[in-house]
Design a binder for this molecule. Structure first.
Ligand code: F6R
Length: 241
């Protein structure tokens, strides 16, 4: 795993945006795996700036988001559909039909997951996967546990994740208790992975990620089996502050 140690959040955002922009310049039809949450927001801002400056064209890219709460309507302001539209998609020229996000209102969650897997395969797989990391070491909504799932699936959120994400909702009770998420196998099939981590709250997860063990109790540790992962983190997440 390559590590890019940064002096703060802005540097993380700039480095991540630069790598994503280079990927799209090299391959205008790149398939991008997108993440939500606080961490990638700065990267998305910088991508919008590049688009507005005319240096980046998203017209041929295809995107697949990692996950979506379940059940939750796309119009709900806490949904990842809403987030992606507000933070990135409505500001750039990505084609709506090339945007894929799991449907948090699907009646048949299993069928929705299967269709999403098929769509990723039909696109030729993910070229660049953006990831954040949970305080508990989750990636996507692959939560720590006795076992992990390889494929797109419905999952229960852990208490730790419900607590961490309650900050986005009016009350903790409003946080959906389930999500649809790509699996660890889907993530590991990406050609390249960028893992972004900022702040002290992530230091325990990053410390555990950087020792030699691989365990389902730290889902991000599976990334150590992938040949092309770049960890972009600040000193606080690295445990130096
Ligand atoms: C988001 C996702 C999650 C987040 C993680 C970190 O699509 O899949 O794994 O990346 O929970 O969230 P933040 O960035 O808010 O700390």
């Amino acid at each position: 795993m390559e590590i890019l140690l940064c002096n703060g959040y802005d540097e993380i955002s700039e480095k991540a945006a630069a790598i994503l922009a280079d990927t799209v310049k090299e391959n205008p039809a790149a398939v991008l795996g997108m993440a939500t949450g606080s961490t990638p927001e700065g990267m998305y801002k910088r991508l919008i700036e590049r688009y507005e400056a005319g240096t980046l064209d998203f017209s041929a890219v295809e995107t697949f988001n990692l996950d979506e709460y379940y059940p939750l309507a796309a119009e709900n302001e806490q949904s990842y559909h809403y987030y992606m539209n507000e933070k990135l998609f409505k500001h750039i020229n990505v084609k709506p039909e090339r945007i894929h996000i799991l449907n948090g209102e699907a009646k048949d969650a299993d069928a929705e997951c299967k269709a999403y897997s098929n769509a990723i395969a039909a696109a030729g797989g993910i070229d660049l996967q953006i990831l954040g990391i949970g305080e508990n070491g989750h990636i996507g909504f692959n939560e720590p546990g006795e076992y992990l799932h390889a494929d797109v699936h419905k999952t229960a959120l852990t208490e730790s994740t419900v607590n961490a994400n309650a900050r986005f909702f009016a009350t903790r009770d409003e946080v959906p208790r389930y999500a649809l998420t790509v699996g660890i196998g889907d993530i590991l099939r990406a050609k390249k992975i960028l893992l972004l981590a900022s702040g002290k709250a992530k230091a325990n997860a990053i410390r555990a990620l950087l020792d030699d063990r691989i365990t389902t109790s730290l889902p991000a540790s599976l990334l150590k089996t992938h040949p092309n992962v770049v960890l972009i983190c600040d000193r606080a997440a690295f445990g130096e502050e």
